[in-house]
Design a protein around this ligand. Structure first.
Ligand SMILES: *Cc1c(COP(=O)(O)O)cnc(C)c1O
Length: 836
């Protein structure tokens, strides 16, 4: 018989153990080893197998629980752990020590959250980043609420067929078995509603996970309140067609916002005023915020827009236009057209927000940019790429003035660093690490981590072969796969084409020679999932699998199926080299290399994403990029050759160059340098502090300025924009000239005057910025390295500025007029500029 429905009954804990429930349901245990130790001490073998405190409590036999309930030593340790958690949840932390006006709460929206493998609600880097963001926010005391969806099939598990083809299966999750609580009101589940076309309504229940101090709200449509079709809206992550996706995104944005409101009402949690969207998927939330203000305060959409924008931070993760989330306009029309979804926000306004070059498409990134006053990419290079990619939205501005900044991603150290390593290194921030700890101690630890990886590799290779149909009798060889003393290279990531999973196979003979080198062999562990619909990606996996299946090399190179956070941990800790070879600049940031670096791994990577700004010549290696080579095959050839060269000529020799005690001194210098210099830089805490300082705090200040006094600021900006609508096109700049006073030849530092006559078309002097701009000029008279100086009124209709010539060589100048209003965060914001 099959069950119609499954559910999980939690253990009824003896009174003296009841506090364990709080420890098991707060996911802080995922980055707090002492809490894990406590649960492991209940039954080490069982805990090792399931690694989830909540499941532990269900799985332990009642007789064991009864014993523990009277075990004074255990009770004392659990009381200490509970107190420690209580302390962690309430004590003032970094955020509480900051001065100035801080937002009471920030809501963080993401389509996926990878907090732990015990809550498989993510597919890859974006989700893990979101999880790390919440954890770091918790550690810093940032009052955040996470918002997303709960998927019934979190993400697929990957297996291999005998011929190396990816096979997916979707384990169905049972939320009641997870560390989740249903949000209820007077004992009944809270339902959040969003209108669907044809008079239908989509309902979602709301689960809450506790990520340290941060509540994470996850919406779930699998409730009896929905019909069969609508139940499936949150069936799986990134599955289905455009219609399915828009329903998910409407639910995440609009439903997510309503869930936050309800949650705060019920719990007294402060209502967020600042909203951060991790990618554009939840962007519709801005419409719902607008509706709320329109209805409560009787304002027009244009008046509300500045207030909504002020409180929104948008992070884009996509360096290619093709990767941007877009919907056919008629689909958006279908959902927003009848006015039930966000009443009082006209369809016309909705469509304008997502407008792009192609009039038939609605662009979620464009909407993200139009609804957020602050936007950023996720590495310095990605910031530049994004400014170029979106520059069409700010015509007349140079790329570097496009208001998209960058905040480089980071990773949550306590989650990803091996605890043995944290223990060895002690508190970060103490100088002279190498002298204090010593090469031999760290080298011994690195070997230990490599050895743990080797055992894990053997276990997984064997399991994968059994799963592919091999008999245990033919798997003896798996016990000698890998060697704990061989230089270990890791490559694990999703397999979209640009990441080039198979670059290492470009010249199979050269790879084989590196693997089988008698004196200085390398061993390579590869892992990665392909999107289920991506046949090309699956073909790449098959290519790798066919290579590694060869008995001649299978002891030195493996493909491990089912890459996820639990496997990732072993890889990041145990690999000596973390390889990354995307096609530059398609990797927005990349974070796996950061996790490796925190564990003393050295990166070998194309200078893309974070590595472009962090590579310093002695913290790893940069694979030279064949920029400008347009033939992709030739580019692959060149870059693969450079990769083999680095591995064979530099990396392996350094690794195997040992002193009389067997320690590779040169190698260790690089490891220490990596730990000391990259260690602090790649932390998610650094990233979250940057978001607080450059995003959330200024956003909160702008929200206050826009909304106080009955939305006076927002109204004034709306009025100003209307005024610009008529006046701006009439503004004219005439007769701009450069006046050189002295007769001597111009040298650097000579003071010159720039003058112009300007017709402001009725705009007040306080409503514009008039600037003189001087910079270098190239062949096309394009200005670069510009110096900008404000021009002051100098007679009727005339403006002037004094400038010292900043450079030698060919210079040029121009004059420009920009809008000015106290609620603008950047001069480019309104995409208006007049140039002489
Ligand atoms: C960190 C991480 C990623 C992201 O890795 P990239 O370097 O961005 O490709 C993906 N999956 C898992 C499980 C991770 O832990």
């Amino acid at each position: 018989m099959r069950a119609v429905r499954r559910f999980t009954v939690r253990a009824s804990l003896p009174e003296s153990l009841s506090g364990l429930g709080a420890l098991a349901t707060n996911l802080r245990w995922t980055w707090h080893p002492p809490t894990r130790d406590l649960f492991a001490s209940m039954d080490a073998e069982l805990f090792n197998r399931i690694r989830d405190p909540l499941r532990m409590l269900t799985a332990l036999p009642p007789s064991r629980l009864a014993k523990l309930a009277v075990d004074e030593d255990f009770l004392a340790r659990s009381r200490a752990a509970i107190e420690d958690l209580e302390h962690y949840l309430t004590e003032p932390r970094w955020y509480q020590e900051q001065d100035g006006e801080l937002p009471d709460a920030v809501a963080y929206f993401s389509m996926e959250f990878g907090v732990t493998e015990a809550l498989p609600n993510y597919s890859g880097g974006l989700g893990v980043l979101a999880g790390d963001h919440l954890k770091a926010a918790s550690d810093l005391g940032v009052p955040m609420v996470g918002v997303g969806l709960l998927y019934r099939a979190g993400y697929f598990r990957q297996a291999l067929s005998l011929d190396g083809w990816q096979v997916e299966h979707y384990p169905v999750i049972d939320p009641t078995a997870f560390p989740l609580e249903l949000l209820t009101e007077r004992g009944r589940p809270v339902l959040v509603d969003v209108a669907m076309p044809a008079g239908r309504v989509l309902h979602a229940q709301v689960w809450k996970a506790r990520v340290g101090r941060i509540p994470l709200l996850l919406l779930d449509t699998d409730t009896d309140a929905n019909d069969e079709d609508l139940r499936k809206v949150t069936d799986r992550l990134y599955g289905g067609d455009a219609d399915h996706r828009i329903r998910q995104e409407i639910l995440a944005g609009i439903g997510g916002f309503r869930a936050v409101r309800k949650y705060c009402e019920l719990t007294g949690h402060p209502q967020p005023k600042v909203f951060h969207t991790n990618e554009g998927h939840a962007g519709f939330l801005g419409l719902e915020r607008a509706r709320e203000i329109i209805q409560a305060d009787q304002l027009g959409f244009d008046e509300v827009l500045p207030a909504v924008r002020a409180g929104t931070v948008f992070t884009t993760h996509t360096p290619v236009s093709a990767g941007i989330d877009r919907f056919p306009v008629d689909l958006v029309q279908r959902y927003f057209g009848d006015g039930r979804l966000v009443p009082d926000v006209e369809l016309r306004a909705v469509l304008a927000l997502g407008a792009e070059e192609n009039p038939g498409m609605f662009n979620m990134a464009h909407m993200g940019l139009r609804l957020a006053q602050r936007a950023n990419g996720v590495s310095a290079l990605h910031g530049r790429v994004s400014r170029r990619m979106f520059s069409r939205l700010w015509p007349g501005f140079d790329e570097d003035e496009v208001p998209v900044s960058s905040v480089t991603n980071g990773v949550h150290g306590p989650t990803w660093v091996a605890r043995e390593l944290s223990a060895l290194l002690g508190e970060v921030g103490e100088g002279g690490l190498r002298e204090r700890v010593g090469d031999d101690a760290l080298w011994a630890l690195r070997r230990d981590l490599r050895e743990k990886l080797v055992y894990e590799v053997r276990r997984r290779v064997r399991a994968a072969w059994l799963q592919r149909g091999a008999s245990p009798l033919e798997l003896g060889w798996t016990e000698t796969v890998f060697d704990p003393d061989v230089l270990t290279v890791g490559f694990a990531r999703r397999v979209p084409t640009y990441k080039r999973l198979t670059l290492m196979l470009r010249d199979p003979d050269r790879l084989r020679a590196l693997l089988l080198d008698e004196k200085r062999p390398i061993q390579v562990v590869v892992a990665g999932k392909s999107h289920p619909a991506d046949e090309g990606g699956k073909a790449l996996i098959q290519q790798i699998v066919r290579f590694v299946d060869d008995p001649a090399v299978r002891h030195r190179i493996v493909f491990l199926p089912d890459y996820d956070m639990s496997m990732a941990r072993y890889l990041y800790r145990g690999c000596d080299i973390w390889l990354n070879n995307p096609v530059r600049p398609l990797e927005a940031c990349g974070t796996s290399g950061m996790k490796s670096a925190l564990n003393g791994g050295l990166n070998l990577s194309i200078r893309d994403g974070w590595w472009d700004e962090c590579y310093d010549g002695s913290n790893g290696w940069a694979i030279p990029t064949a920029d400008g080579v347009t033939d992709p095959l030739r580019r692959d050839d060149l870059e693969a050759a450079a990769l083999y060269e680095l591995l064979g000529q530099q990396i392996a020799p350094l690794f195997y160059d040992r002193d009389f005690e067997g320690v590779p001194g040169g190698w260790m210098s690089m490891v220490w340098h990596t730990l000391e210099t990259l260690g602090p830089r790649v932390q998610a805490s650094r990233m979250v502090r940057e978001y607080v300082e450059s995003g959330y705090v200024p956003a909160a200040r702008m929200v206050a300025a826009a909304t106080s006094d009955g939305y006076k600021g927002a109204r004034s900006l709306a009025e100003y924009r209307t005024k610009l609508g008529t006046s701006w096109p009439q503004v004219r700049i005439f007769d701009s000239e450069l006046i050189v006073g002295a007769k001597e030849p111009l040298v650097v530092g000579t003071e010159v005057q720039v003058r112009a006559r300007i017709d402001l078309a009725g705009l007040d002097l306080s409503e514009v910025d008039v600037q003189a701009v001087v910079g270098k000029v190239g062949d096309g008279d394009e200005l670069s390295d510009v110096v900008t100086v404000a021009m002051h009124p100098d007679g009727i209709g005339a403006f002037a500025a004094e400038i010292r010539l900043p450079y030698a060589g060919s210079l040029g100048y121009t004059v420009r007029v920009l809008p000015k209003h106290e609620l603008l965060a950047s001069p480019a914001e309104l995409a208006r500029v007049h140039l002489a």
